[in-house]
Design a protein around this ligand. Sequence first.
Ligand code: ZN
Length: 366
Amino acid sequence: MHAVFASYAKELGCSYIQDEAGNSYLVNDPSDGYCLIASHLDSVIEGGEYDGAAGVIAGLMCLRWARRDGLRVPLRVGAFRCEESSNFGLCTIGSGLITHESYKENIDSLKGKDGRTIAEVFREKGWSLHPKKISGIGEYLEMHIEQGKVLDETKTEVGIVGTIAGPKRYRMYLNGMADHSGATPMSMRNDALCAAAAIILEVERIGHREAAYNSVATVGVLNNAPNVMNVIPGEVTIGIDMRGIQKESLDRMERDLLRAVKSICQFRRIDCRQEKINDVSPIRMSPETEEGLVKAARELGLSFRRMPSGAGHDAMSFPPLCRTGMVFIPCRAGISHNKLEYTTIPSVADGTAVMYRYLKDRYGTR
Ligand SMILES: [Zn+2]
């Protein structure tokens, strides 16, 4: 896909470069102060065709229009690597590495699904896990399919993102006692799966309680051992994912969760080991860019709504470095990370037009 991306350089009158982390760019003018329009080209297994790729296409369209109109700002279109956490368990690796925003800690020993470490893969490709920080960037824009149903259900043409939700994630290892399911009286059990069930429902309640703040809470993964019909479950692992755009709400959810887990496990005589795997504060897009994008949508006569992003995106890494904005387009029935994922070419064109109109308003044309 990066080779296909590079092949557009000639047609668009650009040069192609790759940074030290393997991310690809088309550059129409190498000067500093450029606007980077980017997204990712990797996908989840069994995923769709639009998550990431639609945003890269949007960038290519902007490059073509910029050339036609003589847009007065240098443009770069970027295609990041490893945005999805499917293989190494970490998201936005390509953009996180070059902005030095994520992964300040060492990630060299992370293993992929095939057992190779990310360091081995990077070495083989000639890339670096410790690249120098991106420089000269003046602004970052990204278009992405919403991956939710809000735009589709409300028949809204584009979404302007205000804040990207920060995830708090926990893994809980619940240890009870595996026993014979026939011979162990009800009063003498330490059933780890029942504790997990109580925690799962509590997580749902916590999510509902904080829904007014656009927060969500999910248990999406559970491992039950020994997972046998005639054995009381002794060891259960669950993964808890809480997200929100308000730090206070996220903190409240975390506090409520830990309190509930403690009391459930005490009551059920279950040992619980907790592992916090993620704690990211909500990330605000730049208000000036957000307003500019809203104005652009209005000028184009497109229906729009301001909205948060529940999913993480490459755009998360840029606000500390430069002005950052994000545009959503609808995807059918909100389905994503699935082969049924679908958006229309007119939607891609709408989202792109909003970004481009914003750039024209802000920088002008020759
Ligand atoms: Zn994506």
